[in-house]
Write a protein that binds this ligand. Structure first.
Ligand SMILES: [Zn+2]
Length: 133
């Protein structure tokens, strides 16, 4: 049986420890919560030998995301799905990303949001999770 590796963080306004910040910093020196467009672009053409991560990103918005934009995510984001749990203005973006590190996988997914501002203009990432088996 292969060991599943889970990396997760609940983000708050409190500063993270230096070790936590290192863990979630992508190779382009971006914290995963802020997203990284180069990571997103690299993941689109990733080496099949790299691990596949199940990534989930929770974020809040100032305004509700229109249903149409929610559905649009699947078209633009390939394997990504944007869901709205019962709480208003809280969304979960989830899907699979192929990268070397969990931090890159999360940075790539948030980078997708950054590149598609027509889906959500302003957002705050509150929780991140990357799992690979
Ligand atoms: Zn990056």
């Amino acid at each position: 049986m292969r060991r599943r590796v889970t990396e997760a963080a609940i983000l708050s306004d409190h500063p993270q420890s230096p070790a936590d910040v290192r863990q979630w910093t992508c190779p382009h020196a971006q914290h995963a919560r802020h997203g990284c467009v180069p990571c997103y672009q690299a993941s689109a053409d990733a080496d099949p030998a790299l691990p596949l991560w199940d990534v989930a990103v929770w974020f809040t918005t100032v305004w509700p995301i229109p249903i149409r934009a929610l559905q649009d995510v699947h078209r633009h984001g390939r394997r990504f799905t944007l869901d709205q749990p019962s709480t208003p203005l809280v969304y979960i973006l989830s899907g699979q990303v192929r990268t070397a590190l969990g931090a890159e996988a999360v940075a790539a997914m948030v980078g997708f949001l950054q590149q598609n501002r027509h889906i959500v203009e302003e957002f705050t990432v509150t929780e991140i999770r990357a799992v690979h088996s």
